[in-house]
Design a binder for this molecule. Structure first.
Ligand code: 0L1
Ligand code: MG
Length: 254
């Protein structure tokens, strides 16, 4: 039988100490249900250390991302306050194993949302939208994993940076996104790459948290998922995301 608590401890320690570990699937692949149980228990360990739940991230919501990692399922992970990095601030490589950065849109939830909802119902629960960057950092060696591995590892969620919030009446269906490193465009995409429209990611988020018995609550942040492939981070980089009609979000890697 799979020892969920043991695997949760291993993956939590790997994240806490920024240490890489072998894939669990090298020994025994996890089912999706087992993997989400490991994720939930590993996050409980963070809460027990004083971290606070602030929302969730959706992952692999674009074809570019699915191709980059060879997994073709939408997945989700949990965000805590300790994962938030300051907009315009410095992000230390020492906190991460082999981090990558990707361009996203964030939703700020204004009304409880959970279960099977329509796109209209999902948008009605949104208080604000913002440009965002997610720092993903697989704890597995060489950033290699199967679907069970990555879900157990909080879907690679590690850090996030949120830009200025905007009223939700802004049209987010097809906004140009440019992710630049030291002023040079590295990835160019559109919010349309996020499941065709980022609100579909929020619809999936409501369904997926419900299957874990959870709700998106007012004040929660939902990262909609990367619109392009992620870029490996390295000290000395100035990372900037420009989102059409939404502005810029940036940080420096040290
Ligand atoms: O946010 C994402 O789309 C990443 C999900 C996990 C796969 C990866 O680490 O790239
Ligand atoms: Mg992401």
């Amino acid at each position: 039988m799979t020892d969920i608590a043991k695997l949760a401890e291993i993956v939590d320690e790997a994240a806490r100490t920024a240490t890489e570990i072998p894939q669990f699937s090298d020994t025994k692949p996890l089912s999706v249900d087992e993997a989400y149980a490991v994720q939930a228990q590993s996050i409980q360990r963070r809460y027990a250390r004083g971290e606070r739940r602030v929302g969730i991230k959706m992952g692999l919501t674009s074809r570019a991302k699915q191709l980059q990692v060879g997994v073709d399922d939408v997945l989700w992970g949990r965000l805590t306050d300790a994962m938030r990095e300051e907009e315009g601030g410095e992000v230390s490589m020492a906190k991460y194993v082999h981090p990558r950065v990707e361009p996203e849109i964030a939703f700020l939830i204004g009304k409880p949302l959970s279960g099977n909802v329509s796109a209209l119902e999902a948008m009605a629960a949104v208080q604000a939208v913002a440009p965002a960057l997610e720092i993903i950092d697989s704890r597995y060696k060489a950033f290699k994993f199967d679907v069970g591995d990555v879900i157990a590892d909080n879907s690679s969620s590690s850090g996030f940076i949120i830009g200025n919030w905007h009223a939700p009446d802004i049209d987010i269906s097809n906004l140009g996104m440019i992710l630049s490193i030291n002023g040079v465009a590295g990835e160019i995409g559109s919010t349309a790459a996020i499941l065709g429209h980022p609100v579909r990611s929020l619809v999936s988020a409501a369904r997926m948290v419900a299957s874990a018995g959870e709700t998106l609550n007012p004040g929660d942040i939902v990262l909609a998922g990367g619109a392009t492939a992620a870029i490996p981070m390295a000290a000395g980089q100035a990372v900037t995301l420009d989102v059409q009609n939404m502005g810029t979000v940036a940080f420096n890697v040290v």
